[in-house]
Design a protein around this ligand. Structure first.
Ligand code: GLY
Length: 354
């Protein structure tokens, strides 16, 4: 078991992130020992509920089962979760518990952040993507018809329980989408300002096969490294005023792909990998990195055999990028590689991008 801790100075908030592979049967007791009140609402992914509902042991009346898919992260489901919490008469001592992937964590977290001006929130991520990214750092949100994550807040959980046993049943596509966020950390590692030398590039290159075959011991170490890097970034800059922007490496182009394909055709991680490749090409074109580093990055990504996405029409990409909430008035913000594991922020005009 690994017990990490994140400290958000601006909120005087400190919470543990536990990574373990103990029996899932034991989780309920551990989760409930963190609830201060007498009631709680579990927001759980439909898939996870089907596979693990019995083992987890929560009653039907304590659960809100959310169908899978980004489209479920909507206002209507948010309203249903809040109404369920109201019907259950949850008080400020009680808690909302998210068990599932990023969609569940985001919508349940947003409900927790707004219900009675905020009640305790417990994250139990069950996908690789949620383990290495969305469950840590407090970004919670729902989507609107105008775009992804447009209604949200920064709301840190009380505790995060990661149990790698959930990853055993993750389908190949979902596993690979998590790896899309994992490989991102290779290229931003030194920019994360983590005090500990983690050598993520070596870890990844030495263990690629074991990662791909879901060796749970290796996955546990992989999650630990990614979370340590994320903790360092979020501790420096919770609200994305500076350093946290580096976590958007590969995301400017990825968000545009997701938007023009209506969040249906590709998973987030698939789009992020394409976005990372785009960022490397752009950085090389602008003379920020040499060809060798670009080839090195392409080589690592090739080994993971990610889904190959086509090139998208330039005009559509530009217009989608401009409507992103991270774009400033005229310029598009890109995080680009500048050296091995180092990135920087650039505000670019259209003609500087293509
Ligand atoms: N998913 C990027 C962040 O948490 O900032």
């Amino acid at each position: 078991m690994v017990n990490l801790n994140i400290n958000i100075p601006s909120q005087e908030k400190n919470y543990p992130i536990i990574i373990e592979h103990n029996n899932i049967e034991e989780l309920k007791l551990k989760i409930l020992s963190c609830v201060r009140g007498t009631k709680f609402l579990v927001v759980i992914s439909e898939k996870v509920d089907k596979l693990y509902g019995k083992i987890l042991g929560f009653n039907k009346s304590e659960k809100f089962v959310l169908k899978d898919g980004e489209k479920e992260k909507n206002f209507n489901n948010y309203k249903k979760i809040i109404n369920k919490a109201l019907q259950m008469e949850l008080t400020r001592q009680d808690a909302i518990i998210a068990i599932g992937g990023g969609v569940v964590g985001d919508i349940a977290g947003f409900a927790a952040s707004t219900y009675m001006r905020g009640i305790d929130f417990i994250q139990v991520p069950t996908t690789l993507l949620a383990c290495v990214d969305s469950s840590v750092g407090g970004k919670v949100a729902i989507d609107s018809e105008h775009g992804k994550n447009l209604i949200g807040s920064f709301y840190q959980p009380k505790i995060v329980f990661i149990n790698t046993n959930f990853l055993k049943t993750l389908d190949e596509r979902q596993f690979k989408t998590g790896l899309g966020e994992v490989v991102k950390y290779i290229f931003i590692e030194k920019s994360c300002k983590c005090k500990e030398e983690l050598n993520f590039t070596n870890f990844i290159t030495e263990n690629t096969d074991k990662i791909l075959s879901k060796d749970l011991k290796i996955l546990e170490q992989l999650i630990e490294i990614c979370i340590k890097l994320k903790i360092s970034v979020v501790e420096h800059d919770e609200q994305e005023e500076g350093l946290r922007k580096i976590l958007n490496f590969g995301h400017t182009y990825a968000h545009a792909i997701e938007k023009i394909t209506k969040y249906k055709k590709y998973t987030h991680g698939e789009a992020v990998v394409k976005g990372i490749l785009f960022a490397f090409n752009l950085a090389e074109k602008r003379g920020l990195i040499d060809k060798n580093y670009k080839f090195f990055a392409e080589d690592i990504l090739r080994k993971f055999d990610f889904k190959k996405l086509p090139d998208f029409p330039k005009e559509k990409i530009i217009s989608a990028m401009k409507s992103d909430k991270k774009a400033t008035s005229n310029k598009i913000i890109f995080i680009l590689p500048v050296n091995y594991s180092l990135v920087d922020e650039f505000a670019l005009d259209n003609e500087e991008i293509f």
